[in-house]
Design a protein around this ligand. Structure first.
Ligand code: SAH
Length: 683
């Protein structure tokens, strides 16, 4: 069956009705899922297995039958561990139908058909009794329902319900307990993901500073967790202000309460500084003794021998509502508030009347200044990147004249403000501007005109009958997922052509798509088959993922912020396509074929693709590769952008360099009608 879905095309901007196969969403879900990453997580798997064995043994030693409830069974892995450990029966509950089907197949293939019953339901729908899904309540509760924030996937309400209705009192739980840890830090880098720092502009008539309005300074931001691979954050990018402190823990073997609550700890800063950020992670103890521990602690906290790379659990960055100076040794109080699904923090200097419960539980953060809705965290990072800004300033200085009529096409951009300070004294137009308070705080209300229409609907009256002499863009659009989606700038430029002067300057004048073959240190795991996991055959899952990746016969590139995922280049970076913004979008497609030589030995996991924008003569900005930092080929990526990763369906390994070198051939085609880029690689 086919269904029609309406959407604005991210590249062309056109409203389109796609005839979408009803299976498309489900294939996307499987293809982009974290199941493979979990199955590759050896540390997690072995510890679950140990914990499950220990729990089954404890129950057996009491002379009871071991009846297991596995909530969120996925592939059935944890139930198969329990059955192998001697459990008498397992109820394996899975809400996602394709996974429940896969679990049935995997359980059967591994010979556990009469020990494991797969129930395709949400756990809160499961019934107990002679005619129910479960014959009786379980005495072992096994789950893996955690996300990076621990509770974001609904673990608390699921446990609360399970203790009330599905398991016996005094049941064993694997994991037995989870503990959340925090550390207070100062970090200009991370703080710049949440606040607009002053932007310095060297103009001809002196230095100008773009400031952020007080509404923005005092805004608590958005509630969504910022989860990152903290192990990729160099230690000189933050200053530790406190020891690692236990914030709260949850005992899963006892009834769990999911209702909103708070936890409070006393901190004594180990250093004076600006309290800005709470870094947080958790660990789980698989058994009551705490001897089987699986931790997400970052590199400076745990020994390297405990290191396991994983992407399904990372670390959290929480932004305090305001930065607060703290002194070494001076006591401060940190409160973690949580609801059923999320956590947020607040820091206070004095106890005072705050002891009063009602005052403590502040509301979950909501953006009041609008800026956090327009600018996400990487976008804040880019706007605060003074090096990046200076490239745009230099380019604008080259092209602007005092009589320039300047139009900016980019979302939430500061370019019109820069253009105003740098000479376009008369008129600078905007489509999707920063919030109004921003202009007020910078005394620009009457200097910059805002057009509330899409470029396609621009009229001469919007422009007060003027023609545009300078058209600028970063380009950046909030709808862009893949790097080339920002080519929307080209389509918008084409749409406004009749409003441009004959000798209009377009900045950037052109863009190019670049490509490089890489070997990932770890990211390859998320798309690589597992075969067997802890001795269980999970190939059914591999086949399912493969099938979904190749759905519609073509693999697609996927966005990843590569600063978090180390890789080394195996080929030189190659420019594969160019887009000339001085001309309109052509009717015909743009295509290229070629090959790149593999210059270093290693495993070719895939190709990385990114865009570079040529702002003006000799000035370019890269949204991808910044540099190859050493002879080993380690890459440095733009920290504010996601790059496109195209995983090869099979990996080639070049152990030795052949002569002539092995090569990867490619065909890359940009369809100007659909805005899509199709690619194919042959190894
Ligand atoms: N247990 C597997 C998979 C864990 S992923 C393993 O450890 O490898 C978590 C799974 O739980 C997902 O497949 C999700 O669909 C499912 N899930 C989450 N909450 C659930 C609930 N309350 N009831 C049933 N399934 C749930």
């Amino acid at each position: 069956m086919k269904t029609f879905c309406g959407r604005a095309n991210p590249t062309t901007g056109a409203m389109e009705w796609l005839e979408e196969d009803e299976n498309y969403d489900y294939h996307q879900e499987i293809a982009r899922s974290r199941y493979a990453d979990m199955l590759h997580d050896k540390d997690r798997n072995t510890k679950y297995y140990q914990g499950i064995r220990a729990a089954v043994n404890r129950v057996k030693e009491r002379g009871e039958k071991a009846i297991v409830l596995d909530i969120g069974t996925g592939t059935g892995l944890l139930s198969m561990m329990a059955a192998s450990a001697g459990a008498d029966f397992c109820y394996a509950v899975e809400v996602f139908k394709p996974m429940a089907n896969a679990a049935v197949k995997i359980v059967e293939k591994n010979g556990f058909r009469d020990k494991i019953k797969v129930i395709n339901k949400h756990s809160t729908e499961v019934t107990v009794g002679p005619d129910g899904d479960m014959q009786c309540r379980a005495n072992i509760l096994v789950t893996e329902l955690f996300d990076t924030e621990l509770i974001g996937e609904g673990a608390l309400p699921t446990y609360e319900h399970a203790h009330k209705y599905l398991v016996q009192e005094g049941c064993e739980a694997v994991p037995h307990r989870a503990t959340v840890y925090i550390q207070l830090v100062e970090s200009k880098r991370m703080w710049s993901w949440n606040k607009l720092l002053p932007v310095h502009v060297e103009a001809e008539d002196g230095e100008k500073i773009i400031v952020s309005p007080s509404e923005m300074e005092n805004c608590p931001g958005v509630p969504s967790v910022c989860d990152i691979q903290l192990n990729q954050m160099p230690s000189n990018d933050f200053t530790i202000l406190s020891d690692v402190v236990t914030m709260f823990s949850v005992d899963f073997s006892k009834p769990v309460r999911s209702a909103s609550t708070y936890y409070r700890v006393q901190l004594e800063p180990v250093k004076s500084g600006k309290a800005q950020i709470i870094l947080s992670w958790w660990d789980i103890d698989m058994d009551p003794s705490g001897k089987i521990n699986c931790t997400m602690a970052p590199y400076w906290v745990k020994s390297t021998s405990a290191f396991q790379w994983r992407d399904h659990w990372m670390q959290c960055v929480y932004f305090l509502p305001n930065e607060e100076p703290v002194l070494q040794g001076e006591t401060v109080y940190l409160t973690a508030c949580r609801d059923e699904y999320s956590v947020w923090y607040k820091l206070q200097k004095a106890r005072g009347p705050e002891e009063n419960k009602a005052d403590v539980c502040v509301e979950s953060p909501v953006c009041r200044c609008q800026a956090h809705l327009l600018w996400n965290r990487p976008r804040f990072g880019a706007l605060n990147d003074q090096n990046r800004t200076s490239q745009y300033i230099k380019s604008l200085m080259k092209v602007l004249k005092t009589d320039s009529v300047c139009l900016c096409i980019s979302d939430g951009s500061l370019l019109p403000v820069l253009a105003h300070y740098l000479g376009a004294k008369q008129t600078v137009y905007y489509f999707l501007p920063p919030p109004p308070q921003f202009f007020k705080a910078n005394h620009l209300d009457d200097k910059i005109k805002i057009i509330e229409a899409r470029p396609e609907l621009l009229t001469t009256s919007h422009l007060e009958d003027k023609k545009i002499s300078v058209l600028v863009g970063e380009p950046f659009f909030t709808t862009s997922l893949l790097p080339w989606h920002n080519l929307y700038f080209w389509y918008a430029r084409t749409a406004v052509t009749s409003h441009l002067t004959n000798n209009v300057t377009i900045l950037p004048q052109s863009a190019s798509l670049h490509m490089m073959i890489v070997e990932f240190q770890d990211l390859w795991r998320i798309r690589s088959p597992c075969g067997t996991c802890e001795g269980f055959d999970v190939q059914t899952m591999d086949d399912m993922i493969k099938n979904s990746l190749n759905f519609r016969e073509s693999r697609e590139a996927e966005p990843h912020p590569l600063w978090e995922y180390p890789c080394k280049s195996l080929s030189d970076p190659q420019e594969v396509l160019t887009f000339d913004f001085r001309k309109t979008v052509p009717q015909h497609g743009l295509g290229t074929e070629g090959s790149v030589n593999l210059l270093r030995k290693g495993k070719s996991h895939g190709a990385v693709l990114w865009m570079e924008y040529h702002l003006a003569a000799d000035i370019s900005v890269s949204t991808g590769l910044m540099q190859i930092s050493n002879e080993k080929g380690n890459c440095e990526w733009n920290p504010h952008c996601k790059q496109a990763v195209y995983f090869f369906s099979s990996v080639i390994e070049s152990e030795i360099l052949s002569d002539p070198p092995s090569a990867v051939s490619y065909a890359i085609n940009f369809d100007t009608k659909t805005g899509e880029i199709a690619m194919d690689f042959k190894l």
